[in-house]
Design a binder for this molecule. Structure first.
Ligand code: AHM
Ligand code: MG
Length: 320
C-alpha cells in the first residue's frame, strides 16, 4: 500500500503543498489520539504539558483548533489561516504560497456520545494583492481550491483528499503513524437509495425540499419507484463519508427555523471542501440552484445550503 507522500508525489503535487498537507496531517494524528482517549483526554498528564496550567478543561474542539493553528502558523509555507473557531483571519509567514482554512472538529456535539467527528480542511493559493490577515485572502470561490479533504475520527481514522484529481481515501495505520492509500479513487454509487437530512426540520423547509423528500418517502409506488432509507449522523464528515462510500445524498437545505440564519453550514470550512471531494468522486454539490464551487464568498463565516451526493439524486432534488 502506498504511503501518503509518495502517493502525492506520484500525483505531481508541488513539494510546498505536500509540506502543508503534512502539517495538517501531523495535527490530525494528534487530534485522533486525543479523540480516541475520550474522557481520558486531558486528564492524563503524560501527553499534555499544559495540564498544570489548568488547560485540562479545554474542550476537544478548542484543543484541536489550537493544535492546527499552532502547527500551521509554524509552517514556512502558510501565509494565512482561517478557522471556524476563530473570528478573524490569522497571519502566518509573509510571502508564503498558501492559505489554509479548517473546521478543526466538525460535528463536535458527537464528542460526548463517542460518535463520529472529523476535521475538514481546504488550501488555496495566497493572494498578493491583499494583506495576510485580511479576510479577502479567503474571498475565493471553491473552484480555486488547490486541495480539500477531511479526516474522519471513527473506529478507524481515515482521510479523504483531493488535490484536483480523483478523491482518494487514506487510512491511518496506528502501528506506525502513517496514512496509507486504501482507495485509489472514490466514486459515488449512482444507484443507492439512501438520504441524509435532519428530518426534525421538516416543517421549516421550503417547497422544493418538501417535495423531494416526500417523493423519496413515497417508496415503491411514488415517483422515484423505490424504497429509500434514511441516515443522520449529526456530523457532516460522517454523513458525507457514507455518501462517498455508498452513494445517496446529503442535504442541509435552507429552513425558516431562524429567519436570521436560513442556512447552517459554512461555505469556507464545510461546503466548499466537501463539494470538491464530492465532485471529484463523480457527484454534484449545490446550494439552492447554484453549484457550490461557483459561489463568490461575501464574508468569512458565510453560511450556505448544502445538497450533495450522487449526480442523479442532486438533479432530482433540483427538479423537485
Ligand atoms: P458544527 O460545525 O458546529 O459541528 O456544526 C456542523 C454540523 C454538521 O457536521 C452537521 O451536518 C450538522 O451540524 C448537524 O446539524 P443538526 O444539529 O441539525 O443535526
Ligand atoms: Mg462544522
Amino acid at each position: 500500500m502506498k504511503r501518503l507522500i509518495p502517493a502525492l508525489r506520484a500525483d505531481g503535487v508541488p513539494l510546498e503543498l505536500i509540506m502543508v498537507l503534512r502539517t495538517i496531517l501531523a495535527a490530525s494524528k494528534e487530534i485522533s489520539f486525543r479523540v480516541s482517549q475520550g474522557a481520558l483526554s486531558g486528564v492524563l498528564g503524560s501527553t499534555l504539558d499544559e495540564n498544570i496550567q489548568g488547560e485540562t478543561q479545554k474542550k476537544l474542539d478548542i484543543l484541536s483548533n489550537q493544535l492546527l493553528k499552532d502547527m500551521l502558523l509554524n509552517s514556512p509555507d502558510v501565509r494565512s489561516i482561517a478557522s471556524e473557531e476563530e473570528d478573524n483571519v490569522v497571519a502566518g509567514k509573509e510571502g508564503a504560497a498558501y492559505i489554509v482554512a479548517f473546521d478543526p472538529l466538525d460535528g463536535s456535539s458527537n464528542i460526548d456520545i463517542n460518535g463520529q467527528i472529523g476535521t475538514i480542511f481546504t488550501i488555496y493559493a495566497a493572494r498578493d494583492d491583499v494583506p495576510a490577515d485580511s479576510p479577502l485572502q479567503f474571498a475565493q470561490p471553491g473552484s480555486a481550491q488547490l486541495a480539500a479533504g477531511y479526516v474522519l475520527y471513527g473506529p478507524s481514522t481515515m482521510m479523504a483528499l483531493t488535490t484536483g484529481g480523483p478523491t482518494r481515501l487514506y487510512t491511518l495505520d496506528r502501528t506506525n503513524g502513517s496514512y496509507l492509500l486504501t482507495q485509489e479513487q472514490m466514486q459515488i454509487n449512482p444507484d443507492a437509495s439512501e438520504f441524509s437530512i435532519n428530518m426534525a426540520n421538516q416543517r421549516f423547509w421550503g417547497a422544493n425540499t418538501q417535495n423531494y423528500i416526500a417523493n423519496l418517502l413515497a417508496g415503491e409506488t411514488g415517483p422515484r419507484g423505490k424504497r429509500y432509507n434514511m441516515r443522520w449522523n449529526g456530523a457532516m464528515v460522517g454523513d458525507v463519508h457514507r455518501v462517498l462510500q455508498r452513494g445517496g445524498i446529503f442535504l442541509y437545505p435552507e429552513d425558516s427555523k431562524n429567519p436570521q440564519q436560513p442556512a447552517k453550514l459554512r461555505l469556507l470550512y464545510e461546503a466548499n471542501p466537501m463539494a470538491m471531494l464530492v465532485e471529484n468522486a463523480g457527484g454534484k454539490a449545490v446550494a439552492n440552484n447554484q453549484r457550490i464551487l461557483d459561489i463568490q464568498p461575501t464574508s468569512l463565516h458565510q453560511r450556505v445550503a448544502v445538497v450533495c451526493g450522487a449526480a442523479n439524486e442532486v438533479d432530482a432534488y433540483l427538479n423537485s
